[in-house]
Design a protein around this ligand. Structure first.
Ligand code: G4P
Length: 526
């Protein structure tokens, strides 16, 4: 086996999807603990606590207690190297999440077992379906009174339309939670309370029918054995092919807070989740073991670390190997660039890397030439697709408190729109700056970041804009006629793409009717 293939085989690149409060941050923290990436797991963003989860490094996130940005973490687990991409749980940042999900090969779905399947999980599962991403499931908070586990599985199957294969099964719940039984290894793994911030010694009892098991289960032993019999009969058996096709999810039970069960899930991830997969380019499928280096940028983040005031482009390596100092072709601008200082990430800490392989995420310093969706390759002229921008649904005009800071404001907004944090539109007819967002919180984040990162005080003024569409037309004469006719409604976005800004939906329909040769797009592929 080639060295490249060996490296690829050891990699797993995944993201966690869940409804806010299901426990994603807590699980991330425990996962990092198992990966020896942090020494001890502190309280996650608890009120009055100064220890925040390492994945939440932006001040904004700490203030609001939500994950605004996507962070990238790499750590070893068993013989594997795992890349975990964190995603914002709040729906106002769904674009960021959507793009991140294009860069992973599998997902962990975390469900609050007391609440069952929640609305945001349903949405995120729809997104993973677009690429049939394999899904592992973690039923969290078993230390509380939860829904009945059988009901939970039924709910997932029905609402999310995915078969469930329990790998472990909980023994009791809430105060009576004793641990889990692994249906495949015939082992009971016991839970101890008060051990949440460290890796516990695993207490394992071999055999459900053993005397030891009878002792531990006590009066509950016979009922539990019957329950397991029922579960085996009524649930799906794990099937690797179905899992890889995104049709069946292995299910684990536990408590992230109590650090119990997270490692069982990680074992499953290492064993079953796919190694880095190839991606479709305009020239066809690029396999991960193609020796030539290729990759695409799925996220840009400015001022990630106040100590290094810079912009970082996050690239998923699709194939081959990155080596320090290598030359890469930047397809969109058709230029070769030499990259000597790509970064790797460990929950907010960053360091320069010598080499990285397909499946890894590397950070490139961006001096304004890299955009979300850009493809890089060693020599091939290719373009990876499928990273969309969504037409914003909310609009505000941004107003400066100090008019002399116009330059900084423009710079800040353009950079933030490059990140995809927000979209900015500059009407052709005046000097207004219109900010467009998919979720309302994005507006607050932008003003906050303009103040802290660009030293610009800005406020919003309501504006009567109902929607925006990117426009294009193959026929240049018709496009030019359209530009003249609709000049009042046209604007350029942050990357200078022509956009139609509609004051009402009726206005948009009329424009579409009058200009049938012009395409009005709700998403723009980057
Ligand atoms: P999120 O990133 O998905 O939004 O969830 P996060 O990890 O922040 O967890 C949300 C809340 O649920 C947190 O409580 C966290 O402590 C709690 N939690 C996470 N996992 C478990 C678990 O296994 N069992 C129990 N009982 N709770 C869990 P919080 O209300 O934000 O803070 P706190 O006041 O409880 O500390």
């Amino acid at each position: 086996m080639s060295k490249l293939q060996e490296e690829i085989n050891t990699r797993r690149t995944f993201a966690i999807i869940s409804h806010p409060d299901a426990g994603k941050t807590t699980i991330t923290e425990k996962v990092l603990l198992f990966g020896n990436a942090i020494q001890s797991a502190g309280t996650v963003k608890g009120r009055g606590s100064s220890a925040h989860a390492k994945s939440d490094w932006m001040e904004m996130e700490k203030e609001r207690g939500i994950s605004v940005t996507t962070s990238v973490m790499q750590f070893p687990y068993q013989d594997c190297l795992i890349n975990l991409l964190d995603t914002p749980g709040h729906e106002d940042f769904s674009e960021d999440t959507y793009r991140t999900l294009t860069a992973v090969d599998s997902c962990l779905m975390v469900i609050d077992a007391a609440k069952g399947v929640e609305q945001r999980t349903i949405k995120l599962m729809e997104v993973t379906r677009l690429r049939d991403t394999p899904i592992l499931t973690f039923m969290n908070k078993l230390d509380r009174d939860t829904k009945d586990p059988v009901e939970l599985m039924d709910e997932v199957e029905e609402v999310l339309n995915i078969a469930c294969a329990p790998i472990t099964w909980p023994i009791g719940m809430g105060k009576e939670f004793k641990g889990v039984y692994n249906l495949y290894t015939d082992e009971i793994i016991l839970y101890k309370t008060g051990q949440g911030s460290k890796i516990q010694d695993k207490v394992v009892i071999k055999g459900l029918d053993s005397d030891e098991a009878s002792q531990v289960l006590g009066a509950y032993a016979d009922d539990f054995r019957d329950e397991i019999e029922l579960v085996r009969g009524a649930s799906h058996e794990f099937d690797l092919d179905m899992f890889l096709a995104g049709e069946l999810s292995p299910v684990f039970f536990g408590t992230a807070l109590g650090n119990f069960g997270v490692d069982h899930m990680l074992d499953g991830l290492v064993k079953w989740a796919p190694k880095p997969q190839g991606r479709e380019a305009d020239t066809g499928l690029i396999e991960s073991n193609d020796p030539e280096f290729t990759g695409f940028v799925f996220k840009i983040q400015a001022n990630m670390d106040p100590k290094h005031r810079d912009r970082i482009a996050f690239m998923r390596i699709v194939s081959g190997k990155y080596e320090k100092g290598m030359k890469m072709k930047h397809a969109r601008i058709n230029k070769d660039i030499r990259v000597a200082d790509a970064l790797t990430f460990l929950a907010g800490d960053r360091s320069a890397i010598e080499q990285a392989y397909a499946g890894d995420i590397i950070g490139l310093h961006n001096h304004g030439t890299i955009q979300i969706g850009d493809t890089f390759s060693q020599t091939k002229a290719i373009k990876f697709g499928g990273i969309p921008n969504f037409a914003p649904e909310l609009f505000r005009r941004i107003q400066l408190k100090d008019p002399l800071k116009m330059k900084q404001l423009q710079k800040g907004l353009i950079q933030l729109s490059e990140e995809g944090a927000v979209q900015v539109f500059r009407p052709l007819r005046n000097n207004d700056l219109i900010v467009g967002a998919v979720g309302i919180l994005q507006f607050d984040v932008v003003v906050h970041r303009l103040r802290t990162e660009y030293k610009v005080e800005a406020t919003y003024v309501p504006i009567s804009v109902s929607t925006a569409r990117w426009v294009d037309c193959d026929d240049q004469t018709k496009l030019s006629a359209f530009r003249t006719k609709c000049h009042e409604n046209l604007a350029l976005d942050g990357a200078d793409n022509l956009t139609y800004i509609a004051p009402t939906m009726v206005n948009l329909s009329l424009a579409q009717e009058r200009h049938p040769d012009v395409t009005f797009m709700t998403t723009r592929e980057q």
